[in-house]
Design a protein around this ligand. Structure first.
Ligand code: 16G
Ligand code: MG
Length: 545
C-alpha cells in the first residue's frame, strides 16, 4: 500500500462512518443534522482532492447548510470555474459517503480508476465555512481528508458561499476574474458600485437607505465589512447580525419568501426598502410594507425583471446586438413570465429547479439572467459579450450616449458574481439600478402584479413515484395524475398548477396560482388531495380556509 493510502486509512478511523447510515449528495450537496456529518466531511475532503488532481485545478469545499436550522450542516463542492460540482461526481460523492468504513479504500480506488486520476498530480483546495457552531470542527474534518491525500489547502475560514465560489474562479483564471482574497472581492464589487452610482448623483439620504436582514448568519458579518467602502452611497442598517438571534430563526430570505411576511428582529417603517439574505448569503429577496401596513414581497422574479430590463435598455442604447434571455423555473410567477415575454420581449427559458440547471441554461446566451423565485440568481455574460462591451467602452469615436451605456455595462459585469447567485453582489446591483433609474421600491414593485399563489407539501412514502417532464411542469407518472390536475386547473381563471418531488426533503411539492388568493389556495388544496390519494401517507391534507 502506498503511503497516501496508508494515511487515508489511519485518518479515516478518526472520522468513522456510523454503520448503515445512507445520505445523498442532493440538489446542493449533503445536508442534514450536523451530528451525522463528520465522516461525510472527511470523505468530501478526499473526493475534492481527487477532483483537484483530475481537473489539475483548485477545487472549493464550502461547509454550510444555507437556510436550514442552526443544528444542521452540509457541504457543497465547487468546480474550477466556480460552478457547482459536475453531475457524474455528485454520483461519486454519494458512493463515497455511503461506503462502510472497511470498504473506503476500495471505493476510492474505484473512482481513481474510473476517472484515470494521476495520483502524483498536485492538488489544491480552498475551504470555507458559515457561522454555525458545528462548522469549525466539520471544516477541520474536510482539511483532514485533504491532508490525508497530500493535498494543499487554503482555509478561508468564515466566508459566504458565493465568496468561496469567487475565490476558486479567481485562482483558476490566474487573477483574470479578480484577486482571490476578501479584499479583492470587496474592492471589485464596491468599485463597480461606486462607478455605477456616479450616474445617480442627486439622490437624497432617504433614497440611499436600505434595511438588511442578515439572517443571523455569515452574510451579516460580511456585508458589514463593505459598509465603509461604499462611501455613504448606500446607507445600510443591518439587522439580525448574529449578535443575539439564532441563525435563520424567524428571519432570512427563506422565511420571508415562504411566510410572505417580514422577519422578526427588524425595525422597519412603512415604505422602507428592505432585503433579507439566507444563511450562507447566496439568496436575496426584497420587500416593504405600504402605508396600510400591507406587506409586499419582491422575489427572484421581480429581481430578474428589474435586472433584465436594465440590461436590455443598455444593450439597445449601446447598439450592441447581443442575445439576452431570462431563465426561470416552474415556480416563476405567471405574471413575470408574461411581462418578460410580451412587454419586455426577451427570451424566457424554463428549467428544472436547482441552481445548476438554471446556470447551464443561462450559459447558452450572450447575456443570461437567471433567478429562482426564491431569490437565488445572477447574470452570466458570454466571452463574446464581454469582449464586445470592453471594446466599445474603450472606443473613442462614439457618441456620449453609446459610451455611457458601454461603461455602465462594463461596471455591471464587474459588480456581478458570475460564478453563482450572491446576495451581496445582487444587492449592490439592485441598489445601483434603482439609483440610476431613480426608482422607488414601490415603482419597481408595480412593474407587474404577481398572481396570487400557494405552495404546499404532501408527505409521501417515496417521492420517486412522481416523475415529471417539461421542466417539471407536467407529470408523466403515476398515470392519471396530470389529467386530474388539468381538470382542476380548468375550473379556475388564470390558473396554473404543478407538482414535483422535492430534491431536498421526502415530500412532493404542490404549486398553484390563480386570479385570487382564495382560488390559488383552493386549487393547491385540491391538487394536494389528488397527490395524497395516489401516493400520500398519513392524514389527508386539510383545506386552508
Ligand atoms: C436547493 C437548491 C435551490 C432549490 C431548492 C429546491 C442550490 C444551490 N440550491 O436548495 O436552488 O430551489 O434546493 O428544493 O441549487 P426542493 O427540491 O426541496 O424544492
Ligand atoms: Mg443558500
Amino acid at each position: 500500500m502506498t503511503d497516501q493510502f496508508k494515511a487515508v486509512l489511519e485518518q479515516s478511523s478518526l472520522h468513522p462512518k456510523p454503520a448503515g447510515l445512507v445520505l445523498q449528495y442532493g440538489t446542493a450537496g449533503f445536508r442534514t443534522n450536523a451530528k451525522q456529518l463528520d465522516h461525510i466531511m472527511f470523505r468530501m475532503g478526499l473526493l475534492a482532492t481527487l477532483r483537484s488532481k483530475k481537473t489539475k485545478a483548485t477545487i472549493g469545499v464550502m461547509v454550510t447548510a444555507s437556510h436550514n436550522p442552526e443544528e444542521d450542516n452540509g457541504v457543497k463542492l465547487v468546480d474550477p470555474m466556480g460552478e457547482m460540482l459536475t453531475a457524474t461526481w455528485e454520483g461519486f460523492a454519494t458512493q463515497l459517503a455511503n461506503t462502510e468504513q472497511e470498504e473506503l479504500l476500495t471505493a476510492m480506488k474505484d473512482i481513481i480508476k474510473k476517472e484515470a486520476i494521476n495520483m502524483s498530480q498536485e492538488a489544491n483546495l480552498f475551504v470555507g465555512r458559515d457561522t454555525r457552531s458545528s462548522s469549525a470542527s466539520l471544516s477541520q474534518a474536510v482539511l483532514d481528508g485533504v491532508h490525508a491525500l497530500g493535498g494543499h489547502s487554503k482555509d478561508y475560514g468564515l466566508v459566504t458561499t458565493p465568496q468561496l465560489h469567487y475565490m476558486v474562479c479567481c485562482q483558476n483564471t490566474h487573477g483574470k476574474y479578480g484577486d482571490a482574497t476578501l479584499d479583492g472581492y470587496y474592492s471589485k464589487l464596491c468599485q463597480a458600485f461606486l462607478q455605477l452610482t456616479r450616474n445617480a448623483s442627486n439622490r437624497t439620504d432617504d433614497q440611499k437607505y436600505l434595511c438588511v436582514d442578515g439572517a443571523n448568519g455569515i452574510g451579516a458579518l460580511k456585508v458589514r465589512e463593505i459598509e465603509s467602502r461604499l462611501k455613504k452611497e448606500l446607507q445600510m442598517s443591518i439587522f439580525n447580525d448574529g449578535s443575539k438571534g439564532e441563525l435563520n430563526r424567524q428571519c432570512g430570505a427563506d422565511f420571508v419568501k415562504v411566510q410572505q411576511k417580514p422577519p422578526t428582529g427588524i425595525d422597519m417603517n412603512s415604505g422602507d426598502r428592505c432585503c433579507s439574505f439566507d444563511g450562507d448569503a447566496d439568496r436575496i429577496v426584497y420587500y416593504y410594507t405600504d402605508s396600510q401596513g400591507l406587506f409586499h414581497l419582491l422575489d427572484g422574479d421581480k429581481i430578474a425583471t428589474l435586472i433584465s430590463t436594465f440590461l436590455k435598455e443598455l444593450l439597445i442604447q449601446a447598439g450592441l446586438d447581443l442575445k439576452i434571455a431570462v431563465v426561470q423555473t416552474a415556480y416563476a410567477n405567471g405574471s413575470s413570465t408574461h411581462y418578460l415575454e410580451n412587454t419586455m420581449k426577451v427570451i424566457v427559458k424554463c428549467t428544472k429547479t436547482g441552481v445548476k440547471h438554471l446556470h447551464h441554461a443561462a450559459q447558452e446566451f450572450d447575456v443570461g439572467v437567471y433567478f429562482e423565485a426564491n431569490g437565488h440568481g445572477t447574470v452570466l455574460f458570454s466571452k463574446h459579450a464581454e469582449v464586445k462591451i470592453q471594446q466599445l467602452a474603450k472606443a473613442t469615436s462614439i457618441n456620449d450616449e453609446v459610451k455611457k451605456a458601454a461603461l455602465l455595462l462594463q461596471s455591471t459585469i464587474n459588480i456581478i458574481n458570475q460564478t453563482v447567485g450572491d446576495a451581496i453582489s445582487d444587492m449592490l446591483l439592485i441598489e445601483a439600478i434603482l439609483a440610476i433609474k431613480g426608482m422607488t421600491v414601490q415603482q419597481w414593485d408595480s412593474i407587474y402584479n404577481d398572481l396570487p399563489n400557494r405552495q404546499l407539501k404532501v408527505k409521501v412514502s417515496d417521492r420517486r413515484v412522481i416523475d415529471t417532464t417539461d421542466a417539471e411542469r407536467r407529470v408523466v407518472s403515476p398515470a392519471g395524475l396530470q389529467e386530474a390536475i388539468d381538470t382542476l386547473v380548468n375550473n379556475y381563471s388564470r390558473a396554473r398548477s404543478f407538482v414535483r418531488p422535492s430534491g431536498t426533503e421526502d415530500v412532493v411539492r404542490v404549486y398553484a396560482e390563480a386570479d385570487t388568493q382564495e382560488n390559488a389556495d383552493d386549487l393547491a388544496h385540491e391538487v394536494s388531495l389528488v397527490v395524497h390519494r395516489l401516493a400520500g401517507v398519513g392524514e389527508e391534507p386539510k383545506p386552508l380556509h
